[in-house]
Design a protein around this ligand. Structure first.
Ligand code: SAH
Length: 216
């Protein structure tokens, strides 16, 4: 109801959110806050977005049930699960392996079977699976999304991403591919996301405490 009053009119998006139990994607200690409309920590300094932003980005992606969707930044797996209810298959990439493994465990427990997840650098996309009809970044790209991701978008495809501007502000930006090198671009609203960073984080850089935080 709250999301509807905030301008989420797409009933399929609303029902995908209803079908996705957010409490299953946040650490036990803050589970009681799962249905508040705010971002929450998921360990390793990352956050699960506010439900309104998840809904808005999902709605902006304008997904069809036959679409192949790429998500960059699996995090808790919440956004990927919402997407999975709306399309044929979600491919999702995370640079922190411990987060990815937790997310995969959740997909299994919730019997979500149309998500393929890997630990990799999402800035390079997923060339073996390209092209994608839809691409969503859930970490902020500096100035513009990586060219490789724009290349992996199919004709008429849509990419939604937070973009970090020179002014220090971040906007949610939507790209629609009109030809190989022309895009219609629209700014949707101000947002605040963690940055998109290169490379996969190597396993031995995590402390025991950090790993416990992810797995709790
Ligand atoms: N979609 C997530 C929210 C993720 S927060 C959810 O629903 O919970 C952003 C995530 O992007 C973080 O987990 C961060 O590690 C990841 N990330 C940042 N840069 C990345 C990159 N180059 N490739 C893959 N993941 C990246």
């Amino acid at each position: 109801m709250q999301l509807r009053s905030l301008g989420i009119y797409n009933t399929e998006v609303l029902s995908a959110i209803e079908r996705t139990p957010r409490e299953a994607f946040v650490p036990a200690a803050i589970r009681h806050q799962a249905y508040e409309n705010k971002a929450l920590p998921i360990g390793l300094e990352q956050t699960i977005s506010q439900p309104f932003v998840v809904a808005l980005m999902t709605q902006a992606l304008d997904i069809n049930e036959r679409d192949k969707v790429l998500e960059i930044g699996t995090g808790s797996g919440y956004q990927a699960t919402v997407l999975s209810h709306l399309c044929r298959r979600v491919y999702t990439i995370e640079r922190h392996r411990p987060l990815l493994e937790m997310a995969e465990r959740r997909f299994e427990e919730l019997k979500v079977r149309n998500i393929t997840a890997i630990a990799a650098d999402g800035m390079k996309g997923w060339p073996e699976q390209a092209p994608f009809n839809r691409i969503m970044l859930t970490a902020a790209a500096t100035h513009s999304p990586p060219q490789e991701l724009l290349n992996q978008l199919g004709d008429g495809g849509i990419l939604v991403t937070p973009v970090q501007l020179n002014t220090g502000e971040q906007v949610l930006r939507r790209y629609r591919k009109e030809s190989d090198d022309t895009f219609a671009i629209k700014d949707l609203c101000d947002v605040r996301f963690v940055p998109l960073l290169p490379n996969v984080v190597t396993r031995n850089t995590y402390t025991e405490g950090q790993l416990r935080e992810v797995q709790s």
